[in-house]
Design a protein around this ligand. Structure first.
Ligand code: CP
Length: 311
């Protein structure tokens, strides 16, 4: 595997999950693989889990790691070709990507969407800019439209916690005061389409995601009905896709409560706003598997790095 840019780069999901679980059992079994290799992590946005778990994954493989908070410490990058750079941008992606390629063997990038320019966000100018101009493999640590490391994590977590071969999994929109990206929901949906599961999405009308991603996945606008007999409820807020990047509703009735959860297990990528997205009684119950889910971020990242190093 050269790059890990989206869920489409997973060639055999069930096999990947098996391999990730093996890494979890013996995280230090492949320390020779990363010897004398350096992973660069470029963050254009904040992170807790992605930053630390990806770093830990690299250390488990014997790699060195360099981290840069590009939004705070880097030069403002230019992505357009032919621009007369006499305004705010100081360095072109063409030079930046080639320079970083000399310092690192693998590069991971986090770059969120603008949420005000749909075309620009769909073009993934930062992630694809590095993929185009770097000469080393690129890993997506959450881009404008996808979070494939999170989706692989979620697949591992579902496999570990499912109690039947074909569980019912519900992705539920939940309220949030800020306009949030679509990336986690998009990649979760793409991943779930590779799973043996009864998968549905529930959200208020107006929160339909990109049809190119949701495809034929059933959408149920009645959350209570959607949750009937659910084995897993995965909560996530996202802003509207059309109109783009708006908070259309903060309806608290969509918050996940213990009463709504029934017997389902609760998942969320974190960070999560307590008593807005989900109530304390859910997060503090044994039915919440969000902490184990976050732990699996390490093994998802480690598997991706291992596959890149072995190529
Ligand atoms: N789930 C996730 O990506 O967490 P961070 O934003 O903290 O990295």
């Amino acid at each position: 595997m050269k790059n890990y840019l989206s869920v489409k780069d997973i060639d055999a999901l069930s096999q990947w999950v098996v391999e990730a679980k093996e890494l979890k059992k013996a995280p230090k079994a492949h320390t020779v693989l990363g010897e004398n290799k350096t992973l660069g992590l470029l963050f254009f946005n904040n992170s807790l889990r992605t930053r630390l778990s990806t770093q830990k994954a690299a250390l488990n493989l014997g790699m060195d790691v360099m981290i840069m908070n590009f939004d705070k410490e880097g030069w403002a990058l230019e992505f357009e070709d032919g621009t007369i750079m006499n305004q705010g941008t100081s360095e072109h992606i063409k030079e930046a990507a080639q320079v970083v390629s000399q310092y690192c063997d693998v590069l991971a990038v986090r770059a969120f969407p603008t949420l005000n320019d749909k075309a620009k966000d769909k073009a993934e100018i930062v992630l694809h800019g590095f993929a185009k101009h770097a000469s080393i493999p690129i890993i997506n640590m959450e881009s404008s439209t996808g979070h494939p490391l999170q989706a692989l994590t979620d697949a591992i977590t579902l496999e570990e916690h499912k109690k039947k071969p074909r569980p019912k999994v519900v992705l539920s929109w939940a309220p949030h005061p800020k306009a949030l990206p679509h990336a986690v929901a998009n990649s979760f949906i793409e991943m779930m389409q590779l799973q043996n599961a009864d998968f549905i999405i529930t959200h208020p009308e107006g929160y339909e995601l990109d049809k190119a991603i949701t495809k034929e996945v059933p959408i149920v606008y009645d959350q209570e009905k959607a949750f009937e007999n659910a084995d897993f409820i995965y909560a996530k807020n996202w802003s509207s896709y059309t109109p783009y990047g708006k908070v259309l509703s903060e309806n608290p009735n969509w918050m996940i409560t213990k009463q709504k959860l029934g017997n389902a297990q609760f998942m969320h990528c974190l960070p999560v706003r307590r008593n807005v997205v989900v109530e304390d009684a859910v997060l503090d119950s044994k039915q919440s598997i969000v902490i184990e889910q976050a732990n699996n971020r390490t093994y998802a990242a480690q598997l991706v790095l291992k596959k890149i190093l072995e190529r």
